[in-house]
Design a binder for this molecule. Structure first.
Ligand code: BT5
Length: 267
């Protein structure tokens, strides 16, 4: 039977600690699949591994989607990957920008981060009881610009599209609709056995990254490696220098600028 496409129910807040924390509380209270929490500002926006997400102003789209997936929890890593694909495709169609993915699910424009994704979940036995996929997209620059530590790494859609210097032509509701539409389609594919198709699409958006030399920081320490492939469960297959191939499910990966963009091949 075809998976019934999720209907999103949007809850709008002015200010919240973190839309992910709010959505987790809703999940624990039994809220249904497809509940979306959007806030204009977050006072404690969260990144992965306890890091902070700068979102204390109304310059971006900060939202979380509560899901109750019915597919094999082995593929839970594909939720964040699907969200990355959805944001990259929506940014391409709405803002006409060349958005790409960096594993696991950062969305980059010209090498800078325009969107971060935080996927959290709770399993009950061999089932995913709920998952919360939090998405933060910088739509315009924050008033006064990004803080110094983000100046060289972050960007906003308004900096790359023909939408006015202030991003005045970028409507956040239209962007939200587009991201949810793209995400809903991939979420349905994950339920219908289309994991490979989502993986292929994500790998296409990671073209600049797969096959390159990367530095990986994880609980195992720091590794220099070659990023070989994106696997169907969302893990990254890498070949560390002088070591055996391994699969990575959680880590930070850094790359230089895309060698192909510079017209070079790396070693
Ligand atoms: C992420 O973590 O990139 C996940 C960010 C998820 C944010 C959304 S917003 C809605 C929902 N509610 C939440 O509370 N969170 C989610 P990570 O890969 O750990 O990257 C965090 C790092 O990104 C920080 O340490 C900074 O270096 C950088 N960063 C922080 N704020 C940024 C911003 N606005 N734009 C670009 N980079 C930023």
């Amino acid at each position: 039977m075809a998976w019934m496409e999720t209907r999103f129910r949007i809850l709008r807040l002015d200010e919240v600690d973190s839309t992910n924390s709010y959505a987790r509380r809703l999940a624990e209270g039994g809220a249904p699949d497809g509940t979306v929490v959007v806030a204009r500002k977050q006072t404690s926006g969260k990144g992965r591994l306890g890091r902070q997400w700068h979102s204390s102003g109304d310059f971006g789209l900060w939202f979380s989607v509560l899901l109750r997936p019915e597919f094999d929890p082995r593929f839970a890593g594909m939720l964040g990957i699907s969200a990355g694909v959805a944001v990259a495709q929506a940014a391409r169609s709405i803002a006409g920008v060349d958005a790409v993915l960096k594993w696991p699910n950062d969305v980059l424009i010209e090498g800078r981060k325009v969107c971060g994704i935080l996927a959290e979940g709770c399993t009950a036995g061999r089932r995913l009881e709920w998952a919360v996929v939090g998405i933060g997209i910088n739509v315009t620059l924050p008033g006064g610009g990004f803080p110094p530590e983000l100046e060289d790494v972050a960007t906003a859609l308004s900096q790359h599209c023909a939408c006015g210097a202030e991003g005045s032509a970028l409507d956040k509701d239209i962007l939200l609709d587009a991201v949810l539409g793209e995400f809903g389609a991939r979420y349905a594919m994950l339920h219908e056995g289309g994991t490979r198709l989502v993986r292929d699409e994500a790998a296409g958006l990671m073209e600049c990254f797969l096959g390159r030399r990367v530095t990986i920081r994880g609980e195992f320490g720091v590794l220099q490696a070659r990023a070989l492939d994106l696997l169907e469960d969302g893990a990254l297959l890498v070949k560390p220098d002088g070591g055996e191939m391994m699969q990575i499910t959680a880590a930070d990966v850094s790359i230089g600028t895309c060698a192909r963009e510079r017209g070079e091949e790396d070693a």
